[in-house]
Write a protein that binds this ligand. Structure first.
Ligand code: ADP
Ligand code: MG
Length: 635
């Protein structure tokens, strides 16, 4: 058999150098985690082999005792981590160890500031993985062969973690991967059996494969299993410490930080499964990426079946990490079968309920912690009321909004808080959607609500438009936009104001009609309102037309939507409106009317069709007023 050595030197993807720099700098005080990462990869490799071997058991090559082995050599100053998992082909080595395939990589690098002190915490969110070897190693040598390939198709990868690596084809009788770390000076502390065992127990005890080391001592040399080597989730809750849960999370989620919270439960009865679900502390970089990976891992009777089993958790809970282990599914289940499977549907419904319960519990017990969760994942959770058929009210209960109650941009008000503060006789939950908090807070539409002390929720996430379109009511109360339809405050309307509105309305018919004619097809209607107290005018949409803010969002995404004309509402009490009524000059009346319209548009954060024209008109009026003032002064 001839082995074509095919040796070549290849450059790392540019980002890797940057990543390595950052990692070595930022994780220096935590360097022992390299071992956790290598063991985690070895364990994943064993899972993948088990899974592929379900279809083709020749991949085991008569070696079914999957294990991870850790060795060290004091003289050579090396540490070796070996596995008999799936291994890698030449191409896979280049893809996996020469580029960062993680989705979200670009966002990660964009987020870096160049200030290492600031960037340090980012790396934790990104995950460290294989490259953490270079924290302790000056040179890393990986020898591997993929299961199923011939012994001549082994691969050796060597790098000093600078700009490139070499790769060559080698003879490798054994399937699986061996990683040899040649330690840097000053890393001798790791050349110690006691220390290595301690690290393994601390970080990798939950790994379900045996992690073997050579037995110490004078008696005959043999292997010793260092970890518990049982699937963590299959163990009794009582016997698992918080640290163990946290380390397990880091392994399944490929995360570096502790999770925010978790839930371990065993369901028994007609359907039997165990779930161990975690809420991460921070949003994953790829939370908004369509190709996001690493969700829930599916196991069947302790055998790994697949990563990212998206059928096990709805998309609006895609930030949840963990494992589900079913006793009922067949081992040879495929993704296609998962899509139409009753058992899976019940498991998903069960997991969904559990996560909602877990979040509600966190919200009830620890508002501050929940605020942290909401900040990271609230916008994803909001998709729930759009997508879910059931549980809408339960999901909405978890929402938090900014509101006029405390006028802070912190989203801290729940719908229950709102309901508790509702006024006697208030018929609806009022909200306003806008592009940002400042625009929302200063919106003229809020004036009468502020005057009467009626709370309005201020919604500023783009998704809120869809949320309110799908959440029509909460606890029996309808959600009502303050920028839509005629304002009907019902019992909250004060009688004198109503009378006044009627009175003034009667007298305004001429004015509103004159403004409408002057504005032409810019508006659908002009009418007086009691919505305003200090502003002269605002724009609203008809009850059944598309909301103005939604229209803007859709336009921004390039969708062509039929133009919806707004309704201009004027405040009959406002001096400008009163002044307009007496304006006899048609030309000047038209200028004023147009300014009213443009102002109303500006105050809702809208874009003027003709900004220069607006400025011009405004200046003309200023001069006009100044002129009349001067003549007054002169007399
Ligand atoms: P992650 O584990 O989050 O995917 P890593 O940087 O730890 O990221 O590893 C990168 C990739 O290299 C892995 O996804 C895997 O495909 C491959 N890999 C690493 N170690 C091994 C191994 N021991 N056996 C097989 N493949 C491995
Ligand atoms: Mg890894």
């Amino acid at each position: 058999m001839s082995i074509e050595a095919r040796q070549e030197t290849l450059g790392f993807q540019a980002e890797i150098r940057q990543l390595l720099d950052l990692m070595i700098h930022s994780l220096y005080s935590n360097k022992e985690i390299f071992l956790r990462e290598l063991i985690s990869n070895a364990s994943d490799a064993a899972d993948k082999l088990r899974f592929e071997a379900l279809k083709d058991d020749s991949l085991y090559e008569n070696d079914t005792d999957l294990a991870i082995r850790v060795e060290f050599d004091e003289k050579q100053k090396t540490i070796t981590v070996m596995d008999n998992g799936i291994g890698m082909s030449r191409e896979e080595v280049i893809d996996n160890l020469g580029t960062i395939a993680k989705s979200g990589t670009r966002q990660f690098f964009n987020a870096l500031t160049g200030d290492q002190n600031k960037d340090v915490h980012l790396i934790g969110q990104f995950g460290v993985g294989f490259y953490s070897s270079f924290i302790v190693a000056r040179k890393v040598e990986v020898t591997t062969r993929r299961a199923g390939l011939s012994r001549g198709e082994g691969v050796r990868w060597i790098s000093t973690g600078e700009s490139d690596y070499t790769i060559e084809t080698v003879d490798r009788p054994k399937r699986g991967t061996r990683v040899v770390l040649c330690l840097r000076d000053g890393m001798d502390e790791f050349l110690n059996s006691y220390r290595l065992r301690g690290i393994i127990r601390k970080y990798s005890d939950h790994i379900s494969l045996p992690i073997l080391m050579i037995r110490e001592g004078k008696d005959e040399k043999g292997d010793e299993t260092v970890n518990s080597a049982t699937a963590l989730w299959a163990r009794n809750k009582k016997d698992i410490s918080e640290e163990e849960y946290h380390e397990f999370y880091k392994h399944v989620a490929h995360d570096f930080e502790d999770p925010l919270t978790y839930l371990h439960s065993k369901v028994e009865g007609k359907l039997e499964y165990t779930s161990l679900l975690f809420i991460p502390s921070h949003a994953q970089f790829d939370l908004w990426d369509r190709e996001q990976r690493h969700g829930i891992k599916l196991y069947v009777r302790r055998v790994f079946i697949m990563d990212d089993a998206e059928q096990l958790i709805p998309a609006w809970l895609r930030f949840v990490r963990g494992v589900v282990d079913s006793d009922d599914l067949p081992l040879n289940i495929s993704r296609e079968i998962l899509q139409n499977n009753r058992t899976i549907d019940s498991i998903r419904a069960g997991c969904t309920k559990k996560v909602l319960g877990l979040l509600q519990d966190m919200a009830d017990r620890d508002a501050e912690k929940y605020a942290g969760f909401w900040n990271e994942f609230g916008r994803v959770l909001k998709e729930g009321v759009i997508e879910a058929k059931d549980d809408k009210e339960e999901i909405a209960r978890l929402f938090r909004f900014a509101s006029t109650h405390d006028d802070s941009d912190k989203q801290a008000v729940s719908l229950m808080n709102y309901m508790e503060r509702m006024q006697q006789g208030q018929k609806a939950i009022y909200y306003l959607t806008a592009e940002n908090f400042v625009t929302a807070r200063n919106s003229p539409h809020l004036e009468v609500f502020r005057k009467k002390g009626i709370e309005v929720l201020l919604l500023t996430d783009p998704i809120d438009e869809w949320v309110t379109a799908h959440l029509h009511e909460f606890d029996g109360k309808p959600l009502q936009s303050v920028t839509r339809g005629e304002l009907d405050l019902g019992d909250l309307e004060d009688q004198d104001q109503e009378d006044q509105a009627e009175n003034t309305n009667q007298g305004q018919d001429g004015l509103t009609e004159r403004i409408r004619q002057s504005l032409g097809d810019k508006v659908k209607e002009v009418r007086t309102t009691n919505r305003l107290t200090t502003s002269p005018a605002c724009l609203v949409s008809d009850e059944h037309d598309m909301g103005r803010h939604l229209e803007k969002i859709l336009k921004a995404t390039g969708q062509s939507i039929p133009a919806v004309k707004p309704i201009l509402e004027i405040n009959p009490e406002h001096p400008i409106v009163m002044r307009l009524k007496d304006e006899t000059d048609d030309g000047r009346f038209a200028e004023w009317a147009r300014i009213l319209f443009d102002q109303a548009l500006l105050s809702e954060g809208g874009q003027l069709e003709d900004p220069a024209g607006f400025v011009h008109r405004l200046n003309a009026l200023f001069l006009d007023l100044a002129g009349s003032k001067n003549t007054q002064d002169g007399t």
